[in-house]
Design a protein around this ligand. Sequence first.
Ligand code: ADP
Ligand code: MG
Length: 580
Amino acid sequence: MVQFRPMVDAESRKPIQILPPEVASKIAAGEVVERPASVVKELVENALDAGATDIRVEIRQGGRRLIQVADNGCGIPAEEVELAFARHATSKLRDVRDLEEIASLGFRGEALASIAAVARVTLLTRPPDEPVARRVRVEGGRLVENRPAAAPAGTLVTVEHLFYNVPARQKFLRQPPTEAAYIHEVVTRYALAYPERRFELVSDGRPLFLSPGSGQLRDVLAAVLGVETAEALLPVEAEGEHGARLWGFVSPPSLHRASRADIAFFVNRRWIQDRSLSAAVGQAYHTFLPIGRYPVAILLLEMPPSEVDVNVHPTKREVRFRHGQAVFALVQAAVRKALTTQAPVAAHLAPDWSPPRWQGTPTPAAPTPGPPSPVAPSTAALWPEATSMPPLRVVGQVALTYIVAEGPDGLYLIDQHAAHERVLYEDLMADRGTAPPTQALLEPLPVRLTPRQAAALEEHLEHLRKHGFGLEPFGGDTWLLRGVPQVLNRGDLARALADILDELAEGAARPLEGSQEARVVASICKQVAVKGGQPLSLEEMRELVRRLERTRSPRTCPHGRPTMIFIQAALLARQFGREG
Ligand code: ADP
Ligand code: MG
């Protein structure tokens, strides 16, 4: 049991006080501004709310040095420019009743105040019918300038030196390419939600993204996912109860990803995160995708504002539906229909069991992809004392995924994929420092990466190279693959690299565990290891178990999941009433 200790004892307790405004405003700012991408999100939302049709985002050093958002929207009248920086100051809500039916993206009146509390902000703005623009500068929440200026109609917000006065936040920021990738994600998401508006993103002087503003979602999808992917997507369209309408695009079963990065939902054009909608998509793809693979899905829900509460979370990324079940059913049924009526049928029904093929085998009994389930704690109590494992006798394989084995004290079920990951991981980590175990490709292979993948590659380049990847920049987001780790030398190498990068990018969103190198190695092992659903011969299973016995931590895979479940002989005896 965890013991909760009081933070202070009675003698050292201080009296309750209202926090000084500088402290309170930094705390409040933290809720809205977590990283540079949150600033971009708020400024882009403001530009959209202002009716802008042309939105240009420029960043430097992943947004830490500079974030600039220019729009051609309605501007702010001179007499209101200072008020825009006050907390809870908004032009979008008047009274409580408006809260029930929010039509704008912003409404809390907190963004500019929050950003200005933790950065140096310059606002240059002119409504179209005013002759002169206004230039306002705010630093650390203090107004330092407000004067007339010349500028085109619209608004230009410049945010410099984000978190310069909040060192604790700075420490949590990641490398500039990673922060730039988060920003790229935000801009592309809004571009998808607003195909009729033109978006542009420039990073360190390089154009990263441009959507034409043609009004066609497919045009934006081509800009975000590449032309080939965009063309393969299947349209989704459906009407639901309570005035809900769903439309968008999903991938056919032949197109899938290693992570959920390309699943996005929009409710009334607001980009949101919602586990139940992800689960609805997951259910629609049930049996269509191999285990551990995810679809591409860009889905836009439209419904009366009174059907959805957006005032749930400070960043407005979560919403609450009045009729959640109906929305779930609408998404699930519409996606399923798109798949069953438009997708080529055979793709998911013909599993390829041929033994040399270790990768990406579709499994007919794929479980519904959902949030990863935590390790079942109940088995932990049954572990024998030691952290090593005894020699085991392999009995057989169940569900083409688990090795059944007998030990001196009971029954072991070993997850063949997790076990193989552990074995490979310790081999590769032990070989560190020796000559790189690389296999040169006869023909260098150009690989086009998504900005997220490219960012992960740049962040982890040193260790990827150290472990056998020959990688050269080839212009833009394309890299040249010249060699691969010896262990990986089979199958679709471009896809294996993309999957590894997806996994590294995914990890970036979570707190770091282990060294960077360990993560790179673990993600290589995940690619190489035998998958679930793969039949193994008795000899292959014996070999795997023998190698597992020799590892230092045979009980867990490099990602921390269990490799085996142990069922004590005594428990079996009890269950069968053989006891005493
Ligand atoms: P909110 O968006 O919740 O109203 P903000 O702090 O983001 O709060 O912005 C405060 C106000 O400043 C907005 O309500 C709007 O009137 C004005 N504003 C901010 N950005 C822009 C912009 N790009 N164009 C026009 N008006 C803007
Ligand atoms: Mg706003």
